[in-house]
Design a protein around this ligand. Sequence first.
Ligand SMILES: [Zn+2]
Length: 349
Amino acid sequence: MANYYNKDLYKILNINFDASFDDIKLAYRKLVRIYHPDVAGKTADVLKFKEIQEAYEVLSNEEERKKYDILHGFYKEKIRKEYQQTTADKKNKYEEYIRQAKQRTNTSESFSQSINEALEGLFHSKKTASSAKKEPKIAINGEDIKLDLTISCFEAINGTNRKVNILHTEPCPNCSGRKFINGSKCPLCKGEGILSLQKKINVKIPKGVSQGSKVRIKQEGNKGINGGKDGDLYLIINIEKNPYFKTEGLNILCNLPITPFEAVLGAEIKIPLPTGNVNVKIPPMTSSGQKLKLSGLGLDNKSKQKKGDLIITVLIKLPETITEKEKELYNKLKELSANNIRKDINNAL
Ligand SMILES: [Zn+2]
């Protein structure tokens, strides 16, 4: 708040608080003739002159003067004085306004606001009344923020803690979201009424989230206005594609590559599951695409009363290169093989 709010501007201009605009102008001109540096010369009291100028600037501006008057109780005094001069008719009208204002609201703030409006309606032009009218304070809840979050399959299964950057908005603290201060754009928010803020927060992703699930972080959305609730933050989970693992409900699905000889002879293979390592027995003569189900090796449900399964799909894979020796042995196997596994394909059509 500017300095002049602490001073008695009427006293500085040597006038009464109910002086008319013409009186103010006259008083100012009188003082200028005494205190202007061009007139007073070297002995000029520069500070005093500045004070006079300031006082004139405020009191000659209808809006500014009203604010000043309200703040210093002059406004009420003026109303009282004018009121005393009014006729009985006006008195009745005044009481009617008060009665209506009381009916309109029961909160003390808007009650006094309504009285002001009523008084302004009585004694001032419509323009003054509407421009002095405060914006009503309506509580507005902050909006929710949605944010995509990509996590690994392991994190989805085991849960994880992540730091996320959120861009959220809040009402400008300088103008309380009103965009304008004393009729000019708020310099902090540049008349937007809101400020965008980057915020880093730690979030906890619970165990067993699935693709597309929403994790709600309470009250980390946009801020509410005038006492409205803050919004929530929703993390939309995207699980990175993993060529070997994925979840389906409580089940863990695993694509397991095996060699041709493991397929024929069987094997015991250690699988690094997200929930820990397990040893899996591949029975002899396992074909590619064959599924093995290991009960109870999936995920727990929340109450831990139910467990999913581990479902393995076996895929026979060849190494990228083989040695001459291996090739020789494959040739030998080919000669030895008595089976014709394509014997049925000709009859299939
Ligand atoms: Zn602002």
